[in-house]
Ligand binder design. Sequence first.
Ligand code: SAH
Ligand code: SF4
Length: 414
Amino acid sequence: MLLADMGEPAFRARQVADAVWRSDAASWEAVTTLGMRLRAGLAERLRFDTVGDTELRLADDDATEKALHRLSDGRLVESVLMHYPARGERRERNTLCISSQAGCAVGCPFCATGELGFERDLDVAEIVDQVRHARRRLASRGRHLTNLVFMGMGEPLLNLDAVIGAARVLTDPDRFGLGARHVTISTSGVVPGIERLAALRPQWTLAVSLHAARDALRDLLVPLNRRWPVRAVVAAAAGYAAATGRRVSYEYVMIDGLNDTPADAEALARLVAGTGSHVNCIPMNPVAHTPWQASSPERIEAFAGRLRAAGIGVTIRRNRGQEVGAACGQLAAEMSAGPAPAAVARRQERLVAASAAALAGERSVDLAPSGLPAGSTVPAFARPAPRARAVISGPDRRPAAGRRPPGTPRRGSR
Ligand code: SAH
Ligand code: SF4
């Protein structure tokens, strides 16, 4: 449309998108694979980046770089770049963790993004632009991106059209050319989304955030469990593995005294035994407004040992960037006004009571999962995927309206 207005043929759209997404340029002027007149015309009409204004914070001797991006409507999203130097046979890795939504409707209580509540979905360009931004920073140091994980803010499978569109662009050999196997999509357990993804048979890696093997506890830690219980989630993940031939990994955030007991390890081992999957144990990053702490290294080691004894592959992950608030959503939460102290105290009390009830095996009575379109028979995220489209944002594009699914608490109300 825009190119047509400029008197350019339709095929230019793909050419322009390819040129932009292939290059490390920081402005239209620097995309030298396009003609000068075209560049000048585009610079007048189209913004080059959807994630302008970005604040960077470094940690772990500069091996972790956290970026807080401001989008065109002022919303904040985060991405984290992690550098792993070459070791022995293993080549250097540069992994970028990106956001798929501003905020998140799922509301896991240990997660800073969950506490923000849902703000809005990101579009393809806003997802891809986090990667372009990081790639430019890497290029200036002679490095390149090797791995990409959708583990920043938001639930990727509740914004699946845009996530699939972005993953296709990023793994398209004519554009970003990332290896599909080096792209990981993490979900808190949106079963229809996992099934839809499996039907596409991509080579992307699926990570599933379990955090508890027992429903009563998972109802509390991942409220989506009230809609899709843990067995249904593991069955869907096994379906993904069968359809794609890719091993699924399970994420398990370790919270002291809550989900790290021998009984939890045994329940987890029974749940995932024989599925060929791998478990990542992650010490909980301290997040404001929760009454919980990370499990001690000894407890994590004992937990992992029980899983290994049951024949399950386990990795104990190290937290990166704690001093710059690298738990997803932490920086954005810091920048928001945040709840009043009385609301924080009430929330902590509620969580302490809910933890006790969950440990006693009580299922949550609230069967409407927070933040999801209650009662909709065809949820928005179960729609068939449209073909991926190249999206470049410009001044004529309106930011998506700030939608809040029914039942999502307003920011700061939890
Ligand atoms: N919404 C998706 C992807 C984003 S969250 C999901 O939940 O899988 C990415 C990962 O970070 C998840 O495994 C999530 O549980 C984890 N996470 C969130 N808050 C954390 C914290 N405080 N400490 C450690 N991991 C956390
Ligand atoms: Fe959302 Fe994932 Fe955070 Fe849960 S852990 S609130 S699903 S971003």
